[in-house]
Design a protein around this ligand. Structure first.
Ligand code: HEM
Length: 365
């Protein structure tokens, strides 16, 4: 049996020269410092996202077609819900191990993004982005952005009340892109918000296929470049930019990293099994006319959500609305009598009192 194995290895070696390549690979040195494992948390979270995501695809229905809910969750019975929402409630409450898989998928997305950010901090604060590693730094940043985008898209798929509110914000953000914004938003949503229902199937293709494939390609390039350029390391005896001190890939590092994978898998399984995340059956299916003030995105969208909340409720626009409508506004009918409203009609307007502009709006006097 052993001879057969050696024969087979020789057969491959004669044709592909694998022995030399494998020997170099197996002897590659990895630094021992704990901070080098941060990127691995990200990589293994991605692996777990793919495993749990494949499970979810077996049951999830990416459709906004309306059906009457008649499943096992009594408070929802008789309500009109989308197929996407119904299938996610079914995954959570009826499919065996469905809830733990869904929650692991969601937790893994949160940990994935967090691990990339902490890994990025290590790279940033140790100066590991410097020449010749600028390209790999940019690849890492691109992956972070794609993970955030894919996390948001995944969050939108169940079509519940909260994810629908997030989609509405995304639609408005799209609209605000100069020149192409309106075209882009209408194209993606298939019309004005909430669109013709194509958004969920479109997001589905992006979420499970296109973006994960791009992320996987970038990850392969990231690791390939890192392998070629070698790790950076903290200063120390016998170390240099070309010489890394640590453990070889085989057997020490392989044993360490495999154990590490199982620790991360176990940690995420515990989170998914014990800590509730996104209980969509409590929120209901998305109805555009219902709005909840308590809508919160996942943490990695906080920078955008925070930016929207910090921004004063100013309506910025060019003259058209005021300039054209000024002669037709009745004197004494409220806002037109305010001097700042009139001033704003002469140029780009910043009008904190425009109706419907959020917290800055005030009742008409
Ligand atoms: C960067 C990679 C990914 C991220 C960050 C991510 C994140 C998410 C998030 C946050 C959700 C919402 C989960 C919830 O309902 O609470 C979700 C849903 C979903 N994801 Fe992913 N995901 C990724 C990749 C994948 C892949 C590769 C697949 C399949 C092969 C997949 C399949 C699904 C499915 C079917 C749903 C809808 C069902 C559900 O919401 O439970 N995902 N994803």
């Amino acid at each position: 049996m052993e001879d057969r194995g050696i024969e087979l290895a020789r057969w491959f070696d004669d044709r592909l020269g694998v022995a030399r390549i494998s020997k170099t690979a197996l002897n590659k040195i990895f630094p021992d410092h704990w901070s080098f494992l941060l990127g691995e948390i990200a990589m293994y979270s991605f692996a777990i996202i793919i495993i749990t995501g494949i499970f979810l695809t077996l049951f999830f229905v990416p459709s906004t077609k309306e059906v009457i809910y008649n499943g096992s969750y009594v408070p929802l019975r008789g309500q009109r819900v989308s197929e996407a929402y119904q299938s996610t409630v079914d995954i959570s409450l009826n499919v065996r191990a469905g809830l733990v898989m869904r929650q692991m998928h969601h937790w893994a997305a949160d940990i994935f993004a967090a691990a990339i950010v902490v890994h990025l901090c290590r790279i940033f604060f140790t100066g590991a982005f410097r020449r010749p590693r600028e390209l790999n730094y940019m690849i890492g940043l691109t992956m972070l952005i794609l993970v955030i985008v894919n996390g948001f898209i995944g969050y939108s798929l169940p079509d519940d009340q909260i994810s629908g509110a997030g989609l509405r914000i995304a639609f408005s953000i799209f609209l605000s892109i100069p020149i192409i914004g309106t075209w882009g938003a209408f194209l993606l949503w298939g019309g004005n918000f909430p669109g013709n229902g194509d958004i969920i199937p479109r997001f589905y293709s992006l979420h499970i296929l296109i973006l994960p494939a791009v992320i996987a390609g970038l990850l392969a390039a990231h690791l390939g470049i890192m392998w070629h350029q070698k790790h950076t390391d903290f200063p120390g005896k016998d170390k240099s930019n070309r010489k890394v001190v640590g453990s070889s890939f085989w057997p020490t590092y392989t044993a360490k990293t495999t154990g590490y994978f199982f620790i991360i898998f176990g940690g995420l399984a515990l989170l998914g099994g014990l800590f509730q995340i996104n209980p969509i059956w409590l929120y209901g299916s998305y109805e555009p006319y219902k709005v909840s003030y308590a809508v919160q995105p996942d943490w990695y969208m906080g920078w955008l959500d925070g930016a929207l909340r910090i921004m004063p409720a100013w309506e910025t626009q060019f003259a058209s609305r005021y300039l054209i409508s000024a002669p037709f506004s009745r004197p004494g009918s409220g806002r037109r009598t305010r001097p700042w409203s009139i001033t704003s009609s002469t140029g780009p307007a910043i009008d904190p009192f425009a109706p419907g502009s959020g917290s800055g709006s005030c009742p008409s006097t």
